[in-house]
Design a protein around this ligand. Structure first.
Ligand code: B3K
Ligand code: ZN
Length: 876
């Protein structure tokens, strides 16, 4: 397979302006008739004799005509990439009829079947598996779609836009015709047909239009849509109030589908969701799931403007819609829940997972400049780093100007397919800022590192902060240029605990300000600094960088207690814990006795005993850095030492603060009926974090509490927390009956069974590999369903570090076997699943050898372009 390059972009020779489709649905042989109204692209009007080239994959062509005239065999060519017609008029319509096989489609791209229901996934390049088409985002057309299906088995027939006609047909069939008046690229096309039921609601837009809202599910899931519907309405209101964006059609539909590669898809007027990202019920979904559903529903809805009304010119611009939309959904969740908790959760995930991506063989810029398979680029860098870049723009401009820039972007480019330059250009235009250097954030991969160093001059009452930046080399980018890095900061008076006023070059900036690092090295001299300060840097994680400052432990304990920025209080706690963990990792390696850092115990004791308003923030502060995060900080990852050190810290804290954790647990058990509200969620997470510490030492009381919590069945959050702790403990006498009871109760709910799989395969004990193999044979498991694969194999490889990285290589082998199998079934999922193996360079020689051997074994296979691209990057 050959790469596609951004620099090769040209407008298409022909574009479609209106597209008429008729689907005659059948599991094995669906007939798709297409009439494309095509015309020469104005920018290519001068070129002679341009052939018509349409994309197409796995299509069986049964007829083709231009302006009603059937083409002779010599007048066109079809190969496995598509259709070419050498001679065509400048404006014409093309009729084709193709046959496709939805049943055989295990890749879940294009038209496929899930539990008998027909559905589509077209982003990025799935539409070419439906019909021959200029399948690229800069071709935007209005669509008219007729869906024909068996009336008994497919009573519901849906597509984008509004239903305009329906009727009966011979042979027990019926049809519905849908019209979408908004021009859209093919990747936003959707079709759903099945035996579905709906929940309906209404929303009145700011300008007073009534929008019908529908969530379509299989009958047994009818009781699980309330939260998604409420989230949708909140998101619609929020987008009106925050960005001035109103919904544009009269109908907005969401459909829940069980077999789905991603979380959800923003098809115009017909969002298709992985059922895991839409269905909730207090008895089956955890708080985390409730919050994820709220976030994903909002994300897909927000795409209606950031993605659909204004879309991407080409797939290199993917972050234009994804980065901006993630930023929008993060802001929404922060506004409707607890803002500091949302930020802590997002950053904690980002610094673990995106930093790892940026440091590995698949590192790429927010705007890549080439790809083999675009399906491999739906990454944390495009999504989450892209969102951080938008967040920096928001900080640089301030909210008012940022909103003006956003308004300008939506009005100027409505109905168009545009680039990242167009977006940033609007921001520069409204603010007058020079964002030239800032654009490097889009083109340079890798995580910038900033070294900070500070000096207080008592005699002159000045503080000099020196910052130095560097971005490490990444594949294909050996040399990096300095970035424009906004650093939000404060100077906290070490005596007063107050933020001191910041005066920089005679200008008073306030007590919390953003300084701009643009050079490789830059000094900032603050004057009139009344007392010796402790710097609080990168507040709120104002830039996606690693910030190093040689903090002493007492300084971190001080910031943990005093920093006015909640995020940096949390971060100080994480840094303090990291120092303790580092010592213990060294002790473990050197075989010397492990000694717990009393300063960490003291810091935790004050956290546990001073009452804090936001319990969810407190819960976050009590969570130790994860093994994955700790691994990110090490030059060579020592899996076992990390596990041992972290476990030791957890147990030591539990031993020293048992009564305090117990008191926290007891103070946060309420019998109030379940609600996914911030306050309750905060209480539950605090309680369960406390129980986690108590179970780390497995004292009798803790075990009793866990058992009781499991049996009370109050809600899935508490049940799952208890079951996880029991399963991960040494008390298999308790875990086994609990797991059994749980499986019996939930055997027919696949999303709950996914949790059951994950809980078991993340067990740290060494017997787990056999359990993984055993569970792969379980009737509730299937390699064909991406949720099952993620819950079992993905969770094992991604979350069970000690066992995945077993020294006998059996963990790696198991993953490679699954990847090889999935390469045939579902290339997109295979290419995602293999990622942990690609990070082999981070480990010791023995593990490196074992991991590489498995990658080489995979390479022997007949690989899909998806896996080919990832494996080549990993082995080069
Ligand atoms: N835009 C979709 C991505 C689907 C791509 C699958 N290959 C989900 C989202 O970001 O909203
Ligand atoms: Zn998205």
């Amino acid at each position: 397979p050959k790469p596609t390059h951004l620099s090769d972009y040209r407008p298409p020779a022909y574009r479609a302006t209106h597209t008429e489709l008729t689907f005659d649905l059948d599991s094995h042989a669906t007939r798709v008739k297409a009439r494309l109204h095509l015309e020469r692209h104005p920018e290519r009007a001068q070129e002679d004799d341009l052939p018509l080239e349409l994309k197409g994959a796995k299509l069986e062509l049964s007829s083709i005509a231009i302006d009603g005239q059937a083409l002779e065999p010599g007048e066109y060519q079809v190969d496995d990439k598509g259709l070419t017609v050498p001679k065509v008029p400048t404006r014409f319509h093309l009729d084709t009829e193709v046959v496709i096989n939805p049943q055989a489609n295990t890749a879940l791209e294009g038209l496929y079947q899930s539990n008998g229901m027909f559905c589509t996934q077209c982003e990025a390049q799935g539409f070419r598996r439906i019909t021959f088409y200029p399948d690229r985002p800069d071709v935007m057309a209005t669509f008219s779609t007729t869906v024909v299906g068996d009336k008994a088995s497919l009573p519901i027939l849906l597509s984008n836009g509004n239903p305009v006609e329906r009727g009966e047909l011979p042979g027990g069939k019926h049809f519905v015709t849908w019209e979408d008046p908004f021009s859209k690229p093919s990747y936003l096309f959707a079709l759903v047909a099945g035996d579905l039921e709906k929940v309906e609601d209404h929303f009145t837009t700011a300008s007073g239009r009534d929008v019908t809202l529908q969530i379509w599910v299989e009958k047994q899931n009818l009781g699980k849509t309330d939260h998604a519907m409420a989230s949708l309405k909140r998101a619609m209101r929020w987008d009106e109030e925050t960005y001035g964006r109103e919904y544009d059609l009269d109908l907005f539909m969401i459909v829940a589908v069980d077999d789905f590669n991603m979380g959800a898809m923003e098809n115009k007027g017909l969002n298709i969701f992985n059922s895991a990202a839409v269905l909730t019920h207090p008895q089956t979904a955890t708080d985390a799931t409730f919050q994820r559903v709220e976030g994903v529903v909002a994300h897909e809805y927000f795409h209606n403007w950031s993605g659909n009304r204004v879309t991407c010119r080409d797939w290199f611009q993917l972050s234009l819609k994804e980065g901006f939309t993630v930023f929008r959904d993060q802001s929404f969740s922060a506004d409707v829940n607890s803002a500091p908790v949302k930020r802590i959760e997002d950053v904690s995930f980002f610094r673990t997972a995106q930093f790892a991506e940026d440091a590995g063989p698949t590192a790429h810029p927010v705007r890549p400049d080439h790809y083999i398979e675009i399906g491999n680029f739906y990454t944390l860098t495009i999504y989450e780093k892209g969102a951080e870049v938008v967040r920096m723009l928001r900080h640089l401009l301030g909210w008012e100007a940022f909103r003006q820039g956003s308004d300008l972007y939506f009005s100027r480019f409505d109905g168009q397919a545009v680039t990242i330059e167009d977006f940033v250009g609007c921001m520069a235009e409204v603010s007058g800022l020079d964002l030239g250097q800032f654009m490097r954030w889009y083109s340079q991969a890798g995580t910038p590192e900033v070294d900070a160093h500070g000096e207080y001059d008592y005699a002159n009452a000045t503080y000099r902060l020196t910052l130095r930046q560097r971005t490490p080399a990444t594949p294909g980018q050996p040399h990096k240029l300095p970035l424009h890095i906004p650093i939000r900061m404060g100077l906290v008076g070490t005596k007063s605990g107050e933020d001191l006023t910041l005066t920089l070059e005679g200008e008073t900036l306030g007590r919390d300000a953003v300084i701009h690092l643009r050079e490789e090295e830059q000094s900032f001299l603050f004057t009139e600094v009344a007392e010796a300060p402790t710097p609080s840097l990168l507040r709120g994680f104002s830039a996606p960088v690693k910030l190093y400052y040689p903090y002493e432990r007492n300084e971190l304990a001080f910031l943990l207690a005093e920093d006015s920025d909640g995020f940096n209080r949390w971060d100080a706690g994480q840094r303090l814990a990291m120092l303790a963990i580092d010592d213990l990792i060294a002790a473990h390696r050197n075989g010397v006795e492990k000694v717990m850092d009393v300063r960490l115990v003291d810091a935790f004791r004050s956290l546990l005993t001073t009452s804090m308003k936001d319990k969810a923030v407190l819960a976050q502060m009590l969570v130790l850095p994860s093994e994955a995060y700790i691994a990110e900080q090490q030059p060579v990852v020592d899996v076992d030492a990390i596990h041992a050190a972290r476990t030791f810290v957890k147990q030591s804290l539990a031993l020293a603060l048992r009564d305090e954790f117990l008191a926290i647990y007891e103070a946060n058990t309420s019998d109030a009926p379940y609600a996914p509200e911030p306050e309750q969620i905060g209480e539950r997470s605090l309680k369960n974090v406390a129980l986690g510490y108590l179970m780390a030492i497995e004292d009798e009381k803790a075990v009793e509490l866990a058992e009781r919590q499991f049996e009370a069945k109050h809600n899935m959050t508490d049940v799952r927390a208890a079951l996880t702790l029991l399963t991960h403990s040494s008390r298999q006498d308790l875990a086994d009956p609990a797991l059994k009871a749980f499986a019996q109760k939930w055997a027919s709910d696949p999303l709950v069974m996914d949790q059951w799989f994950t809980i078991q395969v993340t067990r740290p004990q060494p017997d787990v590999l056999d359990r993984v193999k055993f569970l792969m044979e379980h009737p509730a498991f299937s390699l064909k369903n991406p949720n099952r694969v993620r819950a079992l194999i993905g969770a094992f490889a991604g979350q069970n570090r000690v066992n995945f990285h077993r020294l006998d290589g059996e963990g790696y082998k198991l993953l490679a076997d699954v990847v090889i199998e999935l390469n045939r079934l579902n290339p997109e999922i295979a290419a995602r699943l293999v990622i942990p193996l690609t990070r082999w360079k981070r480990f010791d020689d023995t593990r490196q050898g074992l991991m590489k051997a498995e990658l080489e074994r995979i390479r022997q296979e007949d690989l899909s372009p998806n896996l080919y691209e990832i494996i080549e990057k990993a082995l080069n």
